[in-house]
Design a protein around this ligand. Structure first.
Ligand code: UTP
Length: 326
């Protein structure tokens, strides 16, 4: 079993952070998004991985080679992000006939991977959502997928495709992808994996809908912070604070971070070597090497080596006055 992780997108919704760091290397709850994915794969005994790289792919490759030297990792380049289907097509030379597990690079799953991998046919991770129009959507009969459609205006169901796919009929998938690309069949301008999976259904292949509850998107600032909250909650990794600061759990403070006269948390992730001084930081991710001084931060993302300098106010306020820094 080989995992295929496409990470070639630009991550535009997470700019400015993704101007300098690939989305998958952004820190959430103490380590990069990609590390969360790789660690859960390795825990499941999957040690062969294909990473589809593009935008700043050299950083991704360097990260994996440094931190996962024993992983059997293949890197293929998608020179232009022409869609998820195209990304998987670019990876085809690395997997031949063996089954593959495709996981989107910006999604963390909390699921029983063993049960998923035990399914003898193809299986697509799905979740019930209120408004499925911005997702791929599946129509299901007795657990078997009868139709897939990408970002439909009139969704046939509320079951959204969430970004984890077990493909056992690998060669059929590749043939379907070839067909899309050769015929220049695009949906919303891109070669969609959903369309290739629909082609598999049309060719009589069995695709099971695998319900997934624990699906944590990291693609936008709000969802990245939400995922940070979830992971910190789960791990409760509060670190003993230095005596003049307080860490409110759940939070993650890197051992090399420095806290001075500050309160961090709940839901704070403070990266390696970051300094937080005279500040209050909650529900925020502070990148490695960043310096935060005299700041009140909530719902914030601070990039690596960034500097945030607030100020203390001087007030001379009379009785019964009201001051609001809203
Ligand atoms: P997204 O569309 O969510 O990621 O694709 P993005 O394009 O990087 O982000 P935005 O929309 O610009 O903010 C989901 C995953 O699929 C990969 C992305 O890198 C991401 O990990 N992907 C997407 C590719 O590798 N190639 C593509 O052509 C499209």
């Amino acid at each position: 079993m080989r995992a295929v992780i496409p990470v070639a997108g630009f991550g535009t919704r997470l700019r400015p952070h993704t101007y300098t760091i690939p989305k998958v290397l952004l820190n959430v709850a103490g380590k990069p998004i990609l590390a969360h994915i790789l660690d859960s794969l390795i825990a499941e005994g999957i040690a062969s991985v294909t990473i589809v790289v593009g935008h700043m792919g050299d950083q991704v490759e360097q990260y994996i080679r440094t931190h996962y030297p024993r992983l059997d990792a293949a890197f293929v380049e998608q020179t232009e992000p022409l869609g998820l289907g195209h990304a998987i097509w670019c990876a085809r030379t690395t997997f031949g006939d063996e089954p593959i597990l495709i996981i989107l690079g910006d999604t963390i799953f909390d699921l029983d991977l063993t049960s998923l991998l035990e399914i003898p046919s193809n299986a697509i991770g799905v979740k019930h959502v209120d408004d499925p129009r911005r997702f791929g959507v599946v129509e299901v009969s007795d657990g078997v997928i009868t139709r897939l459609v990408e970002k439909p205006q009139q969704p046939p169901s509320n079951l959204a495709i969430v970004g984890i796919y077990l493909v056992r009929d690998t060669q059929i998938l590749v043939e379907c992808l070839e067909r899309l690309i050769a015929g220049d069949v695009r949906t919303k301008g891109e070669y969609q994996l959903t369309d290739a999976l629909q082609c598999m259904v049309e060719r009589g292949r069995r695709l099971i809908a695998f319900p997934i509850e624990g699906w944590y998107d990291c693609g936008k600032p709000e969802t990245l912070l939400e995922t940070n909250r979830f992971l910190l909650d789960r791990r409760m990794r509060a670190v003993a604070p230095p005596s003049d600061s307080i860490v409110l759990p759940p939070s993650y403070v890197a051992p090399t971070a420095i806290l001075e006269r500050s309160i961090v948390g709940p839901y704070a992730t403070i990266g390696d070597g970051a300094v937080v001084r005279d500040s209050r930081v909650q529900n925020s991710i502070i990148g490695a090497g960043a310096v935060v001084t005299a700041a009140l931060l909530n719902n914030s993302l601070v990039g690596m080596s960034a500097t945030v300098c607030g100020s203390f106010h001087q007030l001379n306020v009379g009785d019964s006055s009201q001051i609001n820094y809203a």
